[in-house]
Design a protein around this ligand. Structure first.
Ligand code: PLP
Length: 434
């Protein structure tokens, strides 16, 4: 008998959170770590939202409430999706969750049987892959290609889709690549889904970064393509748009009210309801006349940082980086640079146990953290399966311009610090994330 269930032993994780203990350790030794690992906007919660949270608390709005989400919030969400995606959504198709993240696990629990197949972008948000094997379902990573701008094409979906496909995760703008899809690309993907998949197959369209798009682009949703509304779960939330990651407020709009009821029942089973004072503040966030200015200001900052750091990254020998179109991450290919640093050879000499939990870029990630005090994440943190030989790191642009510049300066130093890397490997203490 084992302590943990077999299913539980197959769960993955999100390294963006796991790396925090390493950072604290270095900080406790008196070093200043440049944290370019975090997926959370470095802005304050807008005042018009924090004021509303306080007001709701003073009103005593602190009790259990509708497990599906307060009607007042679901109405605004339905209206919002209608206005921005041009899709018919009624409040009874909407469910509110503590963040967008639980919708990912719940969708897997609700829709997947043993042997069902799940298509998801890789690199992609790690929680998609993390849970698939726990559900006894089959992961079908869709490997993004740099020569396609790290986007997703209909042909790639077509290669993977089959009658056993039950869930397809899409995420535009993407974490970690910043890629977006045009209306035409989404139409082409939709045609493949409609023609090749089982009618019960669902597209999980993770649109959490839909407000963070650059150069005047517009976000498009696959749910807006004719025929796709009845196949798509549109997921978004308040964490990124309002720099409100600690609010834990997200939502999904389901193809049918019946599916929404099933997810409401999952809410009942797991946490009863989302705090009502936060939900009311969420409704205010979407309704407020100050909303667009607050988001615009944040997006302009991200865009300015992007324009500054992408050329800086591309000027490092052996590094090349596509310019992100949205979200707030840079995802440079560091393959040539880490080869010169000796990382590929060092990786080959690791024991099986050591190499199992990391990658060459992961080895560099730990070296950059412990020897140069800059925190980034490796490619493998965004999908393990089939990631061998792909040498990327993710930098979050959720840091001041000054810190980003200093972070890139430290990465540049780290990438040419052969002696430092050799002694890091010789010490052998922090090779893996643990
Ligand atoms: N989806 C993607 C693509 C994300 O990057 C994140 C957070 O980083 C989430 C979902 C989860 O968001 P939340 O904080 O609302 O749970």
């Amino acid at each position: 008998m084992t302590l943990y269930s077999h299913a539980f032993q197959r769960i993955g994780t999100e390294n963006a959170f796991k790396i925090a203990s390493h950072i604290s350790r270095i900080e406790q030794q008196g070093h200043y770590v440049l944290k370019l690992n975090l997926g959370e906007p470095d802005f304050d919660l807008p005042k018009f939202i924090s004021e509303e949270i306080k007001r709701q608390l003073d009103l005593g709005n602190t009790h259990y409430c509708d497990p599906q989400g307060l009607l007042a919030l679901r109405e605004v969400i339905a209206w919002e999706l209608n206005m921005t995606r041009g899709i018919e959504v009624s409040p009874d198709q909407v469910v509110v969750f503590p963040g967008a993240k639980p919708a990912i696990a719940f969708a897997q629990q609700a829709y997947l049987n043993k042997g069902d197949e799940v298509i998801y972008p890789s690199p992609g948000y790690p929680i998609y892959e993390s849970l698939i094997e726990m559900m006894d379902a089959i992961p079908r990573p869709l490997h993004l290609r740099e020569d396609d701008g790290l986007g997703i094409s209909a042909e790639q979906i077509e290669e993977l889709i089959c009658p056993a496909t039950k869930l397809i995760f899409l995420n535009f703008p993407s974490n970690p690549t910043g890629a977006m899809a045009t209306e035409q690309e989404l139409e082409e993907i939709a045609q493949v889904v409609l023609q090749k998949s089982n009618p019960e197959c669902r597209v999980f369209s993770d649109e959490i970064y839909s407000d963070i798009v650059f150069d005047g682009r517009r976000h498009h949703s696959i749910a807006s393509v004719p025929g796709m509304r009845r196949r798509t779960i549109v997921v978004s939330g308040f964490s990124k748009s309002f720099a409100w990651t600690g609010g834990r407020l997200g939502y999904a709009a389901f193809p049918t009210a019946e599916e929404a009821q099933s997810f409401k029942n999952l809410n009942i089973n797991y946490f009863s309801c989302v705090p009502p004072f936060l939900q009311m503040a969420g409704a205010t966030a979407l309704n407020s006349p100050h909303r667009h200015a607050a988001i615009r200001q944040m997006v302009e900052s991200f865009q300015g940082r992007r324009d500054d750091i992408i050329p800086a990254l591309n000027s490092i020998p052996g590094v090349r980086c596509i310019s992100p179109l949205g979200a707030f991450y840079a995802f440079p290919n560091i393959g040539e640079a880490i080869k010169d640093l000796g990382v590929l050879d060092a990786f080959k000499s690791l024991s099986k146990c050591e190499s199992e939990d990391t990658s060459p870029a992961g080895l560099f990630q730990m070296f950059a953290l412990y020897h140069h005090q800059v925190a980034v994440l490796d490619r493998r943190s965004f999908g393990r399966i089939g990631s061998d030989g792909q040498h990327y790191i993710r930098l979050s642009m959720a840091a001041s311009q000054e810190n980003l510049r200093e972070g890139i300066r430290r990465l540049r130093e780290a990438l040419k610090d052969r002696d430092g890397f050799r002694s890091f490997v010789r010490e052998g203490r922090q090779l893996c994330r643990g």
